[in-house]
Design a protein around this ligand. Structure first.
Ligand SMILES: [Fe+2]
Ligand SMILES: [Fe+2]
Length: 303
């Protein structure tokens, strides 16, 4: 991986997963087990802010530049416009396995930490859940959770596809990584967006909050008629680290949102900590997963 960063580049990451390598350094311990976790706070509250800043200081220049672009350009209007652009799901009709192969065209430069293809990451996540005898809907959720990254194939820059998501339309939380980069976001100059609740009512529900745009929101909409609420929360909020690992944005949550958080944390342990260099045998696994897909999804799904 090259350490040179072109500041004007919208694609600073050598691999789409490089930002997650950074997160794994930041959160070296797996997400707390649901039984032990308190509903609103996903990480030990005494974890020092300074400690997080150390990770930021040591982040690769590519990751830093990625977050700078993400925090600068993800405005509330941008997120609303992207929802309008994509969530009509009028682009194509494609089966789930087909979408996995479609996503797999995405070839990243090699990254020493994650030399896995997107398809392999999906299978590793699902297989780890299967080994733990998780429910079938959850294994399927693991299998599809990153399919929203096909946004990259449609010309979206990395900063509009991956990265931890955050709430737009309200004050930027310093529970986000690299909060200093929000100073360049035009929303920082809009007074109604800069109060703790911004344009939302307290307790309105996370569903009402427009998060920064990315692969989570997109796959949630693709799957929303086919999976249970727990699986849909995993899809929609798996990159919402400031919420599920830092306890930010709790003021918008309903009791139902808080009940779903342990599921998102449970999902996170598989997503972030099961990456291994051992490639799954795609051909051998395909029949099992095709049957699982058929159990929940129609043959073709709208994208
Ligand atoms: Fe993801
Ligand atoms: Fe993932």
């Amino acid at each position: 991986m090259s350490s040179n960063v072109n500041p004007a580049s919208a694609q600073p990451l050598a691999s789409l997963d490089e930002w997650e390598d950074f997160l794994k350094d930041k959160y070296p311990e797996p997400a707390p087990a649901p039984a032990r976790s308190k509903p609103a706070v996903g990480v030990a509250p005494d974890k020092q802010k300074e400690e997080f800043r150390v990770y930021e200081a040591e982040a690769r220049p590519t990751v830093r530049e990625f977050y700078r672009l993400n925090h600068t350009h993800q405005t509330h209007d941008f997120a609303v416009a992207k929802r309008r652009e994509y969530l009509g799901l009028n682009r194509m009709s494609m089966g789930i396995w087909e979408a996995m192969e479609y996503l797999n065209q995405l070839v990243d430069d090699s990254d020493p930490d994650t030399d896995l293809s997107q398809l392999q990451h999906l299978l590793q996540t699902a297989e780890a859940m299967r080994r733990d005898s998780q429910p079938r809907w959850m294994i399927l959720t693991g299998l599809i959770h990153d399919l929203g990254k096909i946004l990259c194939l449609w010309g979206e820059p990395q900063w509009a596809v991956v990265g931890d998501t955050f709430a737009t339309g309200c004050a930027f939380s310093d529970k986000n990584v690299f909060p200093q980069f929000f100073a360049a976001n035009p929303d920082s100059q809009i007074a109604r967006f800069q109060t703790p609740n911004g344009i939302y009512e307290p307790g309105c529900g996370l569903d009402k909050v427009v998060l920064s745009w990315g692969h989570d929101e997109y796959i949630y909409h693709v799957a929303k008629d086919y999976l249970p609420a727990e699986g849909l929360a995993m899809l929609r909020y798996h990159s919402f680290y400031p919420w599920h690992r830092e306890g930010a944005y709790d003021q918008f949550c309903t009791p139902a949102d808080r009940e779903l958080m342990p599921w998102v944390l449970k999902f996170n342990t598989y997503d972030l900590y099961t990456k291994s260099h051992e490639a799954p045998d795609v051909k051998a696994l395909k029949p099992y997963y095709e049957e699982l897909i058929r159990e929940f999804f129609p043959e073709k799904v709208r994208w």
